[in-house]
Design a protein around this ligand. Structure first.
Ligand code: SAM
Length: 357
């Protein structure tokens, strides 16, 4: 075995021992804990997932080997785009659950991102976990769809392609710099005639456009724990209990707005790239308690193996049983961490008529 492979084996073994000790309350010395992350982070992970999940999460945050992409069928058939990538010498692997998705080795990322295919919008670099969220929402041609937290636009563009440019798609982003990045990506993909952009706070949208949309995507702003980079403190600069609580407050208001903006019978997908239950299951639980039988959490299938049902207990609190129908994607070298919940709206949530809080 070459040295790098031995390092990987040793890393996995050391990590497993540390995690096993954390779980059995046999507290390791502080020096034993993986110290490539902010204090308390790995302990929380160990309370959230089985040891092998923690190992694969830490490995994933220590460096993803693959970069994922999506062929934009608004501009060219996927097969033509993949032929173009092959002609450039890009060594890609198609993904079995999507005719538009592929992965490449990280070493070829620069070649891809500087290629005409990316610069002119035929290819969009987008994590595979991120590509699963629109598949769960499943927007159809002719529907009226809203992306409530849209920049830089990966999911907006994927949904535009899934809808074949038929129907209507609104994308909301309040942060100026990110709104401009979204606009540029929409233009690059030649989707500006189809996607209507709004620079506004998503929390206001439900009140302004109640019960208008068939389907709403809320890929919420979060602490981005699944994007932490081992050993890089800038990637978790603002992380901590205060930031998690602040994020959760905003997420609850955004999810309420997303549901208010959905027509009766419509569907909503709530997603984050955080592992924190406060930003995931607790937001779903809060929403169910507030809205009673006006919404239900719907189960859904994911075409990937590394998943875990939403947790129903965290730090002494119990969540509604249906929260277990949401899903966590445990990170691996192939998939980044993600949380997904799907709702169906059954009754009006308009405040004056519904009597709901
Ligand atoms: N869906 C995007 C994609 O696939 O490219 C990524 C969205 S990112 C996880 C969350 C976005 O929510 C950020 O662009 C952030 O600026 C935006 N955001 C923050 N506060 C918001 C608010 N009050 N209303 C709507 N969006 C907000």
């Amino acid at each position: 075995m070459v040295d790098a492979e031995w390092d990987k084996v040793n890393f996995r073994r050391d990590l497993s021992v540390t995690i096993a000790r954390m779980l059995t309350n046999d507290r390791p010395d502080p020096v034993d804990l993986p110290n490539d992350f902010p204090e308390g982070f790995t302990t929380r992970l160990a309370q959230l997932m089985p040891p092998e999940g923690v190992t694969s999460t830490i490995e994933s945050l220590s460096g993803i080997d693959v970069v994922a992409l999506r062929a934009n069928t608004l501009l060219a058939p996927a097969e033509a785009t993949f032929a173009e990538l092959a002609a450039m010498g890009i060594d890609f692997r198609r993904v079995e659950w999507s005719s538009c998705a592929a992965t490449i080795r990280a070493e070829q990322k620069l070649q891809l991102t500087t290629s005409a295919a990316v610069l002119t919008g035929r290819v969009y670099v987008q994590a595979l976990s991120s590509q699963l969220a629109p598949l769960v929402l499943d927007p159809q041609s002719g529907e009226t769809v809203l992306d409530l937290a849209a920049a830089p636009g990966g999911k907006t563009l994927q949904m535009a392609a899934m809808m074949g440019g038929l129907g209507s798609l609104a994308a909301v982003e309040p942060v100026a710099k990110r709104w401009f990045a979204l606009r540029d990506n929409i233009r690059r993909a030649s989707a500006e005639g189809f996607v209507k952009l709004y620079r506004t706070d998503g929390r206001e949208v439900g009140r302004k456009t109640p019960e208008r949309f068939d389907a709403v995507m809320l890929d919420a702003p979060c602490t981005s724990e699944a994007r932490f980079v081992a050993g890089d403190p800038t990637s978790w600069r603002y992380w901590g209990p205060k930031k998690i609580a602040e994020s959760a407050r905003k997420q609850k208001a955004l999810l309420r707005s997303a549901i208010d903006a959905t027509r009766i019978g419509g569907r909503i997908v709530y997603a984050t790239c955080s592992f924190a239950p406060e930003e995931n299951e607790a937001v779903v639980d809060h929403t169910l308690r507030r809205l009673g039988d006006a919404v239900l959490v719907e189960s859904f299938e994911l075409p990937v193996g590394n998943t875990q049902p939403g947790i129903t207990k965290w730090q002494g609190k119990s969540y509604a049983a249906d929260v277990a129908l949401s899903q966590r994607i445990i990170p691996s070298r192939y998939l980044t961490g993600f949380y997904l919940a799907k709702f169906v709206k059954l009754k009006s949530t308009r405040k004056p008529n519904s009597g709901l809080p």
